[in-house]
Every structure is written in structure tokens, then in C-alpha cells.
Design a binder for this molecule. Structure first.
Ligand code: TMP
Length: 195
């Protein structure tokens, strides 16, 4: 039997990393937990580009280069019949980079670059939370709070637009307790016969 590819998406502070880890532990067997940016030199390059405030095209290309290599590993795990849980994936690039890329129709460009290695998840959990609440969780410096909240609002809007277009998305209210969110995700996987 072939495996399944599940991704977690959401704005910073939505709690997806915690839930992805808990879900991975709860499933227990035949499951792989991975994330983007990856823990490879390509992922390090992405983080370096972000730290050094490189321009939006450079950052986007690095995210996508990291993904191109990551997809090969994901496909291998799927072939082995594993359930692959990935903390951030392609939708992060559409949601975040499309805001920063100064070009006409950035989504079209992102899609085009992905074309040779496009591999969509079977299921995507989108953790939705009020950006102010997410900001409280990340506990960022006050000075940039407003700017950052507005940015996260925009990112979340993009996510919701995507979720409305593709049936693989399941929107989860991320303001509930982590136990409830975990149960909800677990039950959805059961219902869809993924586990
Ligand atoms: P993380 O905090 O979930 O590890 O993600 C690091 C940051 O990278 C986060 O602010 C979202 C951003 N990101 C993108 O902008 N585009 C992408 O394609 C990915 C995978 C992450």
C-alpha cells in the first residue's frame, strides 16, 4: 500500500509545529515527520537568506530549491508506504512569498517554477488563528507588532483563499486547546482511512 502525504500550514504562532509533532507521536508507527525549511545545507541557506534580508526572488528561489530536493525524499517515503507529515510545504511559498514578490501575478511565477517537481499533499491541515493571538504566542518585540500582525493577516487571507479552491485543505480552529486540535486532526485521518 502506498503512503500518504499530509502537510501542516498556518501563520507563524498558529501552533502547527507543536500539533505536527504530537500527531506524529500519536500515530506512532509507519510515520515520518519532516519540515521546511529542511534541516540540510539548503534549508540553512534559506535561513541565511532570510537573516540577511536577501531580496524576495532570491528567497523564493531558495525555498523552492530546498523543496525540489525535499520532494525526492518525500516521494521515497511515500513509495515505502509511510505517512509523511510535513510542517510547512508548497502552500507556505504561495502564502508568504506572493506578498513579497514585486511582479505581476507572483502566484503564476511560483507555480511555473514548481512545475517540474510539483507534488501536492493528499491532505493539508490549515491552522487558523487570529493574527493578534498568534503574535501574542510568538511574543515579538512591541515595535514591530502592528506591522507583523498586518503581514500575518495578509498571509492568512492568502491561505484561506487557497483552502477555498482545493478540497485537500481542512481548516482547523487553532484557538482551541492543543489536546482538542490533536484529537480533531487524528479523527480526520481516521475518517479518511489514512490511519
Ligand atoms: P517556521 O517558523 O515554520 O520554521 O518557518 C520559518 C519561516 O519561513 C516562517 O516565517 C514561514 C517562512 N516560509 C516561507 O516564507 N516560505 C516557505 O515556503 C516556507 C517553507 C516557510
Amino acid at each position: 500500500m502506498k503512503g500518504r502525504f499530509i502537510t501542516f500550514e498556518g501563520i507563524d504562532g498558529s501552533g502547527k509545529t507543536t500539533i505536527a509533532k504530537l500527531l506524529y507521536k500519536k500515530i506512532g508507527k509507519n510515520v515520518v515527520l519532516t519540515a521546511e525549511p529542511t534541516k540540510t545545507w539548503l534549508g540553512d541557506a534559506v535561513n541565511k537568506a532570510l537573516e540577511n534580508k536577501m531580496d524576495a526572488i532570491t528567497v523564493a528561489l531558495l525555498f523552492m530549491a530546498d523543496r525540489n530536493e525535499h520532494v525526492k525524499k518525500i516521494k521515497k517515503w511515500i513509495e515505502e508506504g509511510k505517512i509523511v507529515i510535513c510542517d510547512r510545504y508548497i502552500d507556505s511559498t504561495f502564502a508568504y512569498q506572493s506578498i513579497h514578490l514585486e511582479m505581476k501575478n507572483p502566484e503564476k511565477w511560483i507555480y511555473k517554477v514548481h512545475e517540474p517537481f510539483l507534488f501536492k499533499p493528499h491532505l493539508t491541515f490549515l491552522l487558523k488563528i487570529h493574527p493578534e493571538k498568534a503574535m501574542e504566542r510568538i511574543n515579538s518585540r512591541k515595535r514591530i507588532l502592528y506591522e507583523k500582525t498586518k503581514f500575518l493577516e495578509e498571509v492568512q487571507k492568502k491561505y484561506i483563499e487557497m483552502a477555498e479552491k482545493e478540497s485537500r485543505f481542512v481548516i482547523i480552529n487553532a484557538e482551541k486547546s492543543r489536546e482538542k486540535i490533536l484529537d480533531e486532526c487524528f479523527n480526520i485521518l481516521k475518517k479518511k482511512k489514512i490511519i
